[in-house]
Design a protein around this ligand. Structure first.
Ligand SMILES: Cc1ncc(COP(=O)(O)O)c(C=O)c1O
Length: 466
């Protein structure tokens, strides 16, 4: 019989030292660990997490980056994954596997205007696949010859790989990683609170969308293949476009045969109170990318979903030497991992059976209404959100909208944490504008838990600003 190691056993001090000595954490300046101990999370149930020292927190971030949609401690996901792993853990995507087929069919049920699903393992990768589809189409489809450029929006984030970062409109995220990939073109953001055209909604002509046409004309429409957007800008500060925005943008894109890529990595799977973020708008993107909530992060999975007309571009004749290489020649080793796909199947079943999208709309409306009560504090400049996704923009002066300082923001975050609640923030994204606190709890959250979060933020504001 095989010997079985119990990987769940550990010695606390050995782990704390091991974290300090062996791990390189994402998005962390490590010098702080010379004087501070890193928090190590060891258990989770529902929205509650426990650290290695036994402290418990209410997590309003769905695991830090908005992805554990169904909450922690779901035995049914663990059991489904365990059974699948015992039967067939992996085979590369050159062959089919049962969870991949079942989950692709489930996704297409949720996206009735789309037809083919390509699996990979992270949001960045799902966007890279989309970019490669656009670029390869610009070589193999005579009607799209030369349409290789991709437009992206200021303040949007699309991932950490060099291609995805080249499509990211966040200066601090990009800093020191250049030079970037050629052929990515930025256009202005659409945040009403800081309108790039100095207009007010109601008295504007949706310039944020209409002026994109000027940039297209300047670049040359014959060179532009696609435009990528987040339905609601997430890491860039919870920026919700006005209802007319996407229909206007789509009309411009269609006029010049520019595909719209909708990055649903954060908004998909119920985050905003509908299954997809773009469903709040009258828009039908050609390509949709997704990750995070796909498997509720019980496995690493992402997908790039396209319409039939795009898939058909790559249907080449393999015997014709001229078109032999025209099929989509992309590879994803771990796209063939059945564990993540099975986790996605079970997580999506839970979202449906427990009506979690409806809960996101309902308790999300309550969250946004309760956050409004914080407007009594002068430092609260703007509150915006949709479903279980919300942000507070902190300012030192409401009239000038001057952001609070990085130090004040750091203190405020520490004071929320001291209340045993974990919230998020715009973090090393923009010069001077890392002043937005965000909330994206698991979709199972209750009204009582919302009250705890809002009370913690209120207490932290008082402690920080007096
Ligand atoms: C909108 C959006 N797209 C893409 C990504 C990249 O996803 P990943 O970190 O899984 O590569 C993120 C990550 O936060 C994101 O917020």
């Amino acid at each position: 019989m095989d010997s079985i190691t119990n990987w769940l056993e550990y010695d606390v001090e050995e782990m704390v030292a091991g974290d300090r000595d062996a791990l390189w954490h994402h998005l962390k300046p490590h010098k702080v660990f010379k004087t501070q101990e890193q928090m190590i999370i060891v258990e989770g149930k529902g929205l509650m997490v426990k650290d290695i020292r036994g402290r418990e927190y209410l997590d309003a971030t769905s695991g830090g980056v908005w992805s554990v949609m169904v909450g922690f401690g779901r035995d049914s996901i663990a059991e489904a994954v365990c059974e699948q792993l015992k039967k067939m853990p992996y085979f590369a995507g050159v062959f089919g596997n049962i969870p991949a087929i079942k989950f692709a069919k489930k996704l297409l049920e949720k996206l009735p205007h789309h037809d083919k699903v390509f699996f990979s393992n992270s949001g960045s990768e799902a966007n890279e696949k989309a970019f490669k589809i656009v670029r390869q189409a610009s070589h193999v489809d005579p009607s799209r010859k030369g349409k290789y450029k991709i437009m992206y929006r200021d303040r949007d984030y699309h991932g950490t790989t060099i291609g995805a970062m080249s499509a990211t409109g966040q200066a601090q995220r990009r800093q020191h990683f250049g030079p970037f990939v050629e052929g990515f073109v930025e256009f202005p953001h659409c945040a009403c609170y800081r309108c790039p055209y100095d207009k007010t909604y109601g008295n504007c002509n949706i310039e944020c969308a209409r002026k994109v046409e000027d940039i297209i004309l300047k670049e040359g429409p014959e060179t532009i293949g696609a435009l990528i957007v987040e339905p609601i800008t997430a890491g860039g500060g919870i920026l919700k476009p006005v209802p007319e925005y996407y229909p206007v943008l789509q009309e411009i894109c269609r006029r010049y045969d520019i595909w719209m890529i909708m990055d649903e990595v954060v908004c998909g799977f119920g985050r905003t109170g509908k299954f997809w973020g773009h469903q709040h708008y009258d828009v039908d993107p050609e390509i949709i990318t997704m990750a995070k909530g796909l498997a509720s992060s019980y496995g690493a999975l992402s997908a790039t979903v396209v319409k039939q007309k795009i898939f058909d571009i790559f249907l080449n004749d393999p015997t014709d030497p001229k078109t032999r290489l025209n099929y989509f020649r992309d590879i994803s080793t771990y796209g063939g991992c059945t564990a993540a796909l099975t986790a996605a199947l079970e997580s999506t079943r839970i979202i449906e059976d427990e009506h979690l999208v409806e809960n996101s709309a309902d308790v999300g409306a309550y969250l946004n209404a309760q956050l409004e009560s914080l407007k009594k504090y002068a430092v609260v400049g703007d509150i915006r959100g949709l479903g279980l996704f919300a942000g507070i923009e902190f300012v030192s002066n409401r009239a000038t909208k001057e952001p609070i300082t990085e130090n004040q923001m750091a203190q405020l975050m520490g004071n929320v944490m001291a209340e045993k609640v974990i919230v998020g923030r715009t973090n090393t994204s923009f010069d001077g504008f890392n002043n937005i606190m965000n909330f994206a709890p698991s979709l199972i959250i209750t009204r009582e838990q919302v009250d705890t979060i809002v009370a913690a933020v209120g207490a932290a504001i008082e402690k920080t600003f007096g």
